[in-house]
Design a protein around this ligand. Structure first.
Ligand SMILES: Cc1cc2nc3c(=O)[nH]c(=O)nc-3n(C[C@H](O)[C@H](O)[C@H](O)COP(=O)(O)O)c2cc1C
Length: 354
């Protein structure tokens, strides 16, 4: 198996991909006939498979992936103010040796393109760019209209400290309210982005701030379900964060990318520009870290006798990986990196699980 071109052209800028993408020359296979449905946060879904925040830049991407059977598309993280992307390159291949949590913040070198999706690990670095709210709200309305019965649109939001004079917490809540007004059925608050140098990058480590933000968001979005997206944490630390947020929370999605220092063959910073030595790693290499985080969230949910949904993200590269996360007890399974290079993955899984 050779690697096909991804739906996001990694040689081109974010803006070019936004206006010209997605890249897909294949056919749209007919949806497999299945009568089975999956329940998630009160919605009835055709499958428990989604694309997490990132690869779906706008309604055109959401439309393509919905047609290809990814039933829970997450609209890439938006802000309350327009923000440009980091310059190209934004995605580089790196070696696929499995990472452990202890490897976070260590150094890894870029590598040649792998031969197959199984060996696919990349770093991605965009800095959470965003269209202006009027533009993304109109686009989210188009994305909602592209979905079929049994599909669910989640919108990922992040707060921008100082935007229009709002503090981080108020801006998170404001942005979530804008996303809800545009038609988001579920809001995901991104508490973890290794590719920004500012405060919003590692919020999930701080139980008090996280709880205070989810409380403010919930005050604004009412009964619209709220998910937080987080990175890897040791079990007791994770339990403290979940417990603090629990009164306002409907689900936890984990993990976001794992931050590493990315260097070229000479050992120099691989991505150009200040603050870009550290960059988020995703794909096959983070599978173990992600699987362990899913196990921790499920244990914590049991221990607290709580009801929040667990969304397993990270290193899901194959049908087998989807089965594995579901067998653990995850409510939803999502793939970003594999979904970009293997957009038919969800269809194949559904075809063999009818
Ligand atoms: C191209 C790309 C862009 C991403 N952008 C975002 C983002 O805007 N917000 C977010 O919460 N996560 C973002 N992520 C992280 C993914 O949602 C996911 O957590 C991570 O890639 C791990 O999953 P994977 O191993 O299947 O890629 C992005 C990932 C990729 C590959």
């Amino acid at each position: 198996m050779t690697l096909l071109p991804p739906t996001y052209d990694i040689a081109r800028s974010y803006e070019e991909n936004l206006s010209a993408g997605p890249v897909y020359a294949g056919a749209i296979p007919p949806a497999p006939a299945s009568r089975k449905t999956w329940s998630f946060l009160g919605f009835e879904l055709s499958s428990p498979i989604g694309v997490p925040a990132g690869p779906l830049l706008n309604a055109a991407y959401v439309d393509l992936y919905a047609q290809l059977g990814w039933d829970v598309p997450v609209y890439k993280t938006v802000r309350s103010v327009a923000r440009a992307s980091h310059p190209v390159p934004n995605c580089l291949f790196i070696s696929t040796d499995t990472l452990s949590e202890a490897d976070a913040h260590s150094v890894r070198a870029v590598a040649p393109a792998p031969q197959s999706v199984a060996g696919l690990t990349i770093t991605n670095s965009f800095g959470m760019p965003s269209m202006a709210p009027d533009d993304w709200q109109a686009d989210i309305r188009r994305a909602s209209e592209a979905l079929r019965p049994g599909q669910l649109l989640v919108v990922s939001v992040v707060g921008t400290p100082g935007a229009d004079g709002r503090g981080l917490e108020d801006d998170f809540a404001h942005t979530a309210a804008l996303a809800k007004a545009a038609g988001a059925r579920v809001i995901e608050a991104n508490f973890s982005c290794p590719n920004v140098a500012s405060a919003e990058g590692e919020l999930f480590r701080d139980a008090r701030t996280s709880a205070s933000i989810v409380r403010k968001i919930k005050q604004r979005i009412g009964d619209t379900p709220l998910i937080i997206k987080i990175g890897a944490l040791p079990e007791e630390h994770l339990a403290a964060v979940v417990e603090a947020c629990l009164p306002f929370l409907d689900g936890v999605a984990a993990i976001n990318t794992v931050p590493l220092s990315i260097v070229d063959a000479e050992g120099n910073q691989a991505l150009p520009g200040t603050g870009r030595l550290k960059s988020g790693v995703c794909g096959a290499a983070i599978s173990e870290v992600a699987t362990e985080m899913t196990a921790r969230l499920l244990r914590i949910r049991d221990r607290l006798n709580a009801k929040f949904a667990v969304v397993s993200v990270g290193g899901v590269m194959s049908e087998r990986d989807i089965d594995g996360r579901l067998a653990m007890g995850a409510d939803l399974v999502m793939s970003a990196t594999a979904a970009m290079w293997d957009p038919l993955l969800a269809h194949r899984w559904k075809d063999s699980h009818g």
